[in-house]
Design a protein around this ligand. Structure first.
Ligand code: ATP
Length: 240
């Protein structure tokens, strides 16, 4: 059975339809990468799954339960955790304090401050540092740790590599790959198409709020994804 079922979802910002008639199922243990140009609706979709954006139509079910109208904090308790775009750590708190704040809503499970630091070794020497003083990569590791420590069944990651130095992206993805290899269920938004295809079981390409291409990360070609990303037909792409 699917862990996440999204059915005919519509998400609006005022009059703007950011996500339209969107249907997607994610199986337990699966990693799905959402790709698409700026404004395709990826962030709005992740926020809706986490309970931070109320749908105008459609349903979101988690482990067979309709959570469309369930509050965000309840979804954390049910096992949905979002790593938001921009990380959103508490800047005045230390890394450890940021983790402990999230741990208050912790479900039982293997993730604790110590196991998060094992998975993201760069955090070990930063435990007592205020979040505001961290580099982008360090903040991203702390933000992923903050989500993991709730012991989610579904991890939602928005733009993990955005604004990070290439080495920091490598570090964060190395740790993430080990989390994924342990069987986590993940939906991630990633601008880097090569990385998205490498890390994900399935790539879902969005354009103007709709799915325009979907397939196994190992099977879709970079050309197919690029065409869908920009909304080009094959002939237009070849002419360009
Ligand atoms: P990006 O990579 O830029 O974050 P995205 O695919 O995540 O893009 P969204 O951020 O979900 O896309 O935006 C989808 C559409 O909704 C865009 O047209 C965007 O301008 C609009 N939008 C997003 N947030 C708001 C908001 N708070 N108020 C009004 N419109 C918004």
């Amino acid at each position: 059975m699917s862990l996440l079922d999204i059915e005919a979802l519509n998400l609006r910002h005022g009059l703007l339809e950011a996500v339209r008639d969107f249907t997607l199922s994610v199986a337990e243990g699966e990693t799905v990468a959402l790709v698409g140009a700026n404004g395709a609706g990826k962030t709005t979709l992740l926020r809706a799954i986490a309970g931070a954006h109320r749908p105008s139509a459609g349903t979101i079910s988690f482990d067979g339960v309709d959570v469309t109208r369930v509050a965000a904090y309840r979804r954390v308790q049910m096992g949905i955790a979002l790593v938001p775009e921009g990380r959103r750590l508490f800047p005045a708190l230390t890394v450890e304090e940021n983790l402990l704040v999230a741990a208050q809503r912790r479900r039982p499970g293997r993730w604790t401050v110590d196991t998060v630091i094992e998975a993201f070794p760069m955090l070990a020497r930063l435990r007592g540092r205020r979040a505001a003083t961290l580099s982008g990569g360090e903040q991203q590791a702390a933000a992923i740790g903050r989500a993991l420590i709730t012991n989610p069944r579904l991890l939602l990651l928005d733009e993990v590599s955005l604004g990070l130095a290439p080495l920091a992206v490598e570090d964060v993805y190395r740790s993430l790959a080990s989390v994924i290899a342990e069987g986590a269920t993940v939906v991630l938004v990633e601008q880097d198409l090569t990385r998205a295809a490498a890390v994900a079981d399935r790539v879902v390409c969005m354009l103007e709020g709709r799915i325009v291409l979907e397939g196994a990360g190992s099977e879709l070609t970079r050309e197919q994804i690029t065409e869908a990303y920009f909304g080009l037909r094959r002939s237009q792409a070849l002419d360009a």
